[in-house]
Design a protein around this ligand. Structure first.
Ligand code: SF4
Length: 143
């Protein structure tokens, strides 16, 4: 396979540590010695991404977060994050995350926030990727 082919390489691992090693060390090393840019991306389940629609609905209902501090911290992050990826949160949101993350209720293209959606953007990055790194569970779900 050569760069420019539509085919993608999918690398499935058992642990996050291995995924990080691939993305931060092994693939950049290969790119450097081969002089090729692979555009590697990490595939994650939708529950890792903030759903803007559910987040806004929860903010309006104000029923989710009993602590105002948590509301403020999440709001500030939402205003600045480019990925909406839970892993980039500067704090642990706990179980409340399950109320605002992307899930199976997502109406897809019918969602009014589809153009700004973090999960949709992540999937588009995967479509452009030359190498996709994921865990075994995600690999078998999508195979
Ligand atoms: S497209 Fe789906 S995941 Fe994205 S904001 Fe809309 S409902 Fe949420």
């Amino acid at each position: 396979m050569s760069v420019g082919d539509d085919a993608r390489i999918v690398v499935s691992t058992a642990t996050i540590a291995l995924q990080e090693q691939l993305l931060k060390k092994d693939i950049p090393f290969l790119e450097e010695i081969l002089g090729i840019g692979y555009r590697a991306e990490l595939a994650k389940g939708k529950g890792n991404y903030l759903c803007l629609l559910r987040y806004r609905e929860e903010l309006q209902s104000r029923g989710l977060f009993p602590e105002d501090d948590l509301v403020d911290r999440l709001r500030e992050w939402v205003d600045h994050t480019k990925t909406g990826d839970r892993a980039e949160l500067p704090f642990e949101p706990g179980e409340s995350w399950g109320m605002v993350c992307a899930d199976d209720t997502c109406p897809g293209r019918k969602c009014q926030l589809n153009n700004d959606c973090f999960f949709v953007k992540a999937r588009k990055r995967l479509q452009r990727a030359g190498i996709i790194v994921c865990n075994h569970a995600l690999f078998f779900i999508r195979s």
